[in-house]
Design a binder for this molecule. Structure first.
Ligand SMILES: Nc1ncnc2c1ncn2[C@@H]1O[C@H](COP(=O)(O)OP(=O)(O)OP(=O)(O)O)[C@@H](O)[C@H]1O
Ligand SMILES: [Mg+2]
Length: 289
């Protein structure tokens, strides 16, 4: 089971758009079984599916963890929404960020009862362990996580659990700073949890051919980071089809607009990505404790 998180500390780079499209691509074009998990209180990924019933949203990821903390017997299948034969979704609600408080209170109570000291990192470890206990290797081919754009309990847990990051960048002023910040976060998590975090690849999204600055910044990415991260050769251009396919049709771009330039870019990028995903995730799924 390959676990991947779409991440960047910068907002609005296209993480949700690419996470959603990649999952559909794996399911539709490669016959893979995919679980999406929305780790973002904005729940844009959940909204992209459009047809999730409110009753399912009341369950989801947050309820699953909270019920686990209450020592209710939890069955993950009851919290998952089936989208089609190949795609499942573990949704979140806007209040998923309250997990932070739930876990802090839980650990404080436990500390009082047991006379033990717990640290902030135990909150991450609990979420990771619960997911590992309930998501077994054969359940899915891929678990794809959409993360919020910051350093938080949720985003760091997503990285800790998946350990494989796909970075989505937009060639804009200051985007270098985001990559530097990402390296810092990775080093911090690797040290704290004694794990190896891998950047599967970096996707350049919303590239504007007619804007010279777009190309200048891309050249800068290669110059500054080319030896540390694999940047996909295929850039994703700025094209309205990415937005309209999700907001109007609730479908990936290659199903909504199969003959479009947007479909051309994204399928070429994903084919290139497949090789890197295999390389990054193969045989390295085990997480050192
Ligand atoms: N290649 C593209 N061309 C044009 N519009 C795009 C492209 N990629 C994403 N968008 C649009 O940009 C906006 C932000 O995209 P998206 O929500 O995927 O970013 P995000 O990184 O997930 O944002 P956040 O950090 O808030 O979670 C959306 O309206 C989306 O439709
Ligand atoms: Mg998003």
């Amino acid at each position: 089971m390959k676990k991947i998180v779409f991440f960047n500390t910068k907002g609005g780079t296209g993480k949700t758009t690419l996470c959603y499209n990649y999952g559909w691509y794996l399911a539709d074009k490669r016959n893979k079984k995919v679980l999406f998990i929305d780790f973002d209180p904005q729940i844009n990924l959940v909204k992209a599916f459009g047809n999730v019933p409110p009753s399912a949203l009341e369950k989801g990821f947050e309820r699953f963890i909270v019920n686990y903390l209450k020592r209710d017997p939890v069955n993950l299948a009851e919290y998952i929404v089936k989208i089609n034969d190949h795609i499942d979704l573990l949704p979140s609600s806007n209040s998923v960020s309250q997990l932070d408080e739930h876990l802090t209170n839980y650990l404080l109570n436990r500390a009082g009862r047991e006379g033990q000291v717990y640290q902030a990192l135990h909150r991450n470890i609990i979420i990771k362990r619960v997911l590992e206990e309930h998501l077994r290797d054969g359940d899915y081919d891929f678990v794809l996580i959409d993360s919020q754009p910051n350093y938080s309990l949720l985003s760091t847990t997503a990285i800790l659990y998946a350990q494989n990051i796909i970075v989505v960048v937009r060639p804009e002023l200051f985007s270098y700073l985001d990559i530097h910040y990402l390296f810092k976060i990775m080093e911090n998590l690797e040290e704290k949890f004694e794990i190896k975090v891998r950047i599967v690849c970096t996707i350049i999204n919303a590239f504007e051919r007619r804007r010279k600055m777009s190309q200048t910044i891309v050249d800068g990415f290669y110059k500054n980071f080319g030896d540390r991260i694999k940047i996909l050769n295929q850039k994703i251009r700025y094209l309205s089809a990415y937005q309209s396919s999700i907001t109007m049709e609730r479908r990936p771009v290659f199903l909504s607009f199969p003959a479009s330039e947007a479909t051309h870019d994204i399928l070429k990028a994903f084919q290139e990505m497949d090789v890197l995903v295999d390389r990054s995730t193969n045989g390295t799924d085990a997480i050192p404790e």
